[in-house]
Design a protein around this ligand. Sequence first.
Ligand SMILES: Nc1ncnc2c1ncn2[C@@H]1O[C@H](COP(=O)(O)OP(=O)(O)OP(=O)(O)O)[C@@H](O)[C@H]1O
Ligand SMILES: O=C(O)C1=C[C@@H](O)[C@@H](O)[C@H](O)C1
Ligand SMILES: [Mg+2]
Length: 176
Amino acid sequence: MSCIHSNIILIGMAGAGKSTVGRLLADRTGRPYIDTDDLISAAGNGTLQDILDRDGLASFQALEERVLLNLSCLNHVIATGGSVIYSRKGMAHLKKIGWIVFLDVDLDELEKRVRNQHSRGLINPSGIGFDALYRERLPLYNTYCDLRIRATDLSPEEICEIIVDRLERQADKSPE
Ligand SMILES: Nc1ncnc2c1ncn2[C@@H]1O[C@H](COP(=O)(O)OP(=O)(O)OP(=O)(O)O)[C@@H](O)[C@H]1O
Ligand SMILES: O=C(O)C1=C[C@@H](O)[C@@H](O)[C@H](O)C1
Ligand SMILES: [Mg+2]
C-alpha cells in the first residue's frame, strides 16, 4: 500500500525501537500513535507477562490476533509487538491498512537492549534461545515489510528522519 494516507506500521524484534521511534514519528508527522502492546494489555487486563502467565501462549496469540484484526484507523503510527509476524491473518490485515517498516537491528545490539527476556512477555512458540528466535523471525520480518531500515547504528531521531524522507519522496511521486 502507498504510505501517504495510510498508517505507518513498525515491526521488528523486541528491543528494535518500535515504540521509541513510533512516538517520535507520530510527533514528527502529526499522526496519532498506537502501540498494539498497550491494546493487548488493556484487553487482557494486565501486563503482557501477566497475560502469558495467566492464560498461556495460545490465548495470548489469539488475543494479539484479535487486536490486530480490530485495527481500523487511518493515518496513525502503529508500533507493534515483536510477535505480530506469527499471525498470518493479522499481518495480511496490517498489509491492507498500512505501510510496513521493519527496524532491522543486529542480534548483538538487541541482546544488549533486551535484558529482561523472561519478564517482558516475549513470545517464543518454539521455546528457543533469543539468538535462535532472532534467526527464526528474520525471514518473516523481511517477507512482510515494505521498507527495511538497517537501524543498528542509528539513533531514534535518525531512523525517524529516514522514514519521513521516504514518506515525502512517496508524496512527490503521487498524482495530484
Ligand atoms: N535507535 C536506538 N538506539 C539505541 N537505543 C535504542 C534505540 N531505539 C530504542 N532504544 C532503546 O532500546 C530499548 C527498547 O526500545 P523499545 O521499547 O522502543 O523497543 P520495541 O521495539 O518497542 O520493543 P518491544 O517489542 O519489546 O515492544 C529501550 O531502552 C530504548 O531506549
Ligand atoms: O518480541 C516479542 O515476542 C514480544 C516482545 C514484547 O515486548 C511484546 O512486544 C510482546 O509481548 C511480544
Ligand atoms: Mg514496544
